[in-house]
Design a protein around this ligand. Structure first.
Ligand code: UDP
Ligand code: MG
Length: 318
């Protein structure tokens, strides 16, 4: 299998016939072995029925995964990824806001030697204040925090080489952070401008609250990227700073006591520095627990802490 397309579907009955038409026109001329995986994320309308009836005779290879309830887009994508067999995996939305015809653009960029190609909805057709503006800010923030500079993390339409998608699990709103994880394990990431259309049928399932969730997820991603193999550096670092701070205050109080006879016990700084010391010590201990967790995580699954691009073996002929 060369190519897997994964499409999450939640209440998109009117969009599906158009989606299937465009997909058919796009994918058949490629002459590649492909599969299309639709993940019905607990739709309450006729989406599943329409999918089953209309996709049957059209495509080489279609898989329809019906989730038992609505889990959200990221989880639906994760279910699709778990079932994908392609060497290249492309994710896209079912609502025809992404243009399936752009798959060509992504594939030719991958051919240039990239491992992840991210779609950029440069001319995005959504509400400005509730969607576009928050997303511009979120993209800047994610780029600054993670160091992976992309204009449009939120665009579902992206292509991945299999090995960079299959090594981790997706939680929360995390599908947008896949390029970050991928680059952290050595992937070459590129971006191409893709088309974007206003939603013709059905409703968007998301509003501004999504941006808040994304920003919270960003904390987790940053932590995992920078410290998952060495959490003590973060917790221990914070702990040490707090403990040094409390020592400094104590020293200041002691000097005041010795030279100016100002009472230590009466000073609010005394209470504060004890509290800060305890916090610092706790943080240090938390670091140790995090180190234990991290070892359980990697060692219980025999997960390497590195990723290899290739290994070549050379031996002398005798
Ligand atoms: N979707 C899903 N489960 C959900 C919400 C959305 O599978 O709980 C799908 C939806 O059918 C669409 C894609 O995810 O194919 C993007 O959703 P939507 O268009 O509502 O998001 P937006 O484009 O407004 O960000
Ligand atoms: Mg949409």
């Amino acid at each position: 299998m060369d190519l897997s397309l994964i499409i999450p579907v939640y209440n998109e009955e009117e969009n599906i016939p158009h989606l299937l038409d465009t997909l058919h026109q796009t994918i058949e001329p490629l002459h590649l072995p492909y599969e299309i995986i639709f993940v019905d994320d607990g739709s309450k309308d006729q989406s599943l029925k329409v999918l089953r009836e209309q996709s049957k005779e059209r495509f080489q290879n279609v898989k329809i995964i019906e989730l038992s309830r609505n889990f959200g887009q990221t989880t639906a994508l994760a279910a699709g990824i778990d079932h994908a067999k392609g060497d290249i995996i492309i994710l896209l939305d079912a609502d025809m806001q992404n243009d399936p015809a752009d798959i060509h653009l992504l594939l030719s960029k991958l051919d240039e030697g990239y491992d992840v190609v991210s779609g950029w909805r440069k001319d995005r057709k959504d509400k400005y204040f509730s969607r576009i503006l928050p997303s511009v800010i979120a993209n800047k923030l994610i780029s600054a925090v993670t160091g992976v500079i992309l204009h449009d993390y939120g665009c579902t339409l992206k292509a991945y080489r299999r090995e960079y998608l299959k090594t981790f699990h997706l939680y929360g709103e995390m599908h947008r952070f896949i390029p970050v994880y991928a680059e952290a394990s050595g992937a070459r990431v590129a971006e191409v401008v893709v088309h974007h259309h206003p939603r013709k049928y059905g409703k968007s399932k998301y509003g501004i609250d999504r941006t808040i969730k994304v920003i919270l997820d960003l904390f987790t991603v940053k932590f995992l990227m920078s410290y998952s193999a060495k959490p003590m550096r973060l917790f221990g670092g914070v702990g040490l700073v707090l403990m040094v701070l409390s020592f400094a205050v104590m020293l200041f109080l002691a000097i005041r006591r010795i030279f100016w006879s100002i009472s230590i016990l009466d000073s609010p700084f005394f209470q504060a520095s004890i509290t800060v010391f305890i916090l610092g010590f706790q943080s240090l201990l938390m670091g140790l627990i995090a180190e234990l967790l991290m070892r359980t995580y990697y060692e219980s699954q025999n997960k390497p802490t590195y990723s290899v691009r290739s290994i070549s073996e050379e031996s002398r002929k005798t």
